[in-house]
Ligand binder design. Structure first.
Ligand code: DQA
Length: 144
């Protein structure tokens, strides 16, 4: 099974940005954490991060051509604004889990809106880095 983990804007700043919300661990730490989990489950994982909406659309489209089985995506702030990411996930029909480090539904009103959620098989939020591995597990379960 091949899983793609996509991260949107400012997630490369983990460890620096608002550590009280997102924690002290870095983006590199996040990738190592997810990789270890995927290795233990026999899942092939690849990663991509961009601060640019169109690049994330390209990455979702490429997942289709690269025969990726599932996507775990943290769209960052694009969660709350992007119809383009919603349409991209709909276009490729790859099972996708939306994840967030923080509990988006318990923060500002604007963070309660998610466009991409409509195209996702599940949403995991508020579990810190474990939101991602939980997302991976949901995709593995769905594949069985
Ligand atoms: C986030 C939550 C978003 O509201 C925010 O814009 C982010 C990170 C999270 O992982 O908690 O950049 O997706």
């Amino acid at each position: 099974m091949k899983i793609l983990v996509l991260n949107g804007p400012n997630l490369n700043m983990l460890g620096i940005r608002e550590p009280d919300i997102y924690g002290k661990n870095t983006y590199k730490d996040l990738l190592a954490y997810i990789k270890e989990h995927c290795d233990s489950k026999g899942v092939e994982v690849s990663f991509y991060q961009s601060n640019h909406e169109g690049d994330l659309v390209d990455a979702i489209q490429n997942a289709y051509f690269n025969k990726i089985d599932g996507i775990v995506i943290n769209p960052g702030a694009y969660t709350h604004t992007s119809v383009a990411l919603l349409d991209a996930v709909k276009a490729v029909s790859i099972p996708t889990v939306e994840v967030h480090i923080s509990a988006v539904d318990e923060r500002e009103e604007f963070r309660k809106i998610s466009y991409i959620r409509k195209a996702c098989v599940a949403t995991v939020s508020g579990e810190g880095f474990a939101s991602y591995t939980h997302g991976v597990d949901i995709l593995i379960e769905g594949k069985k």
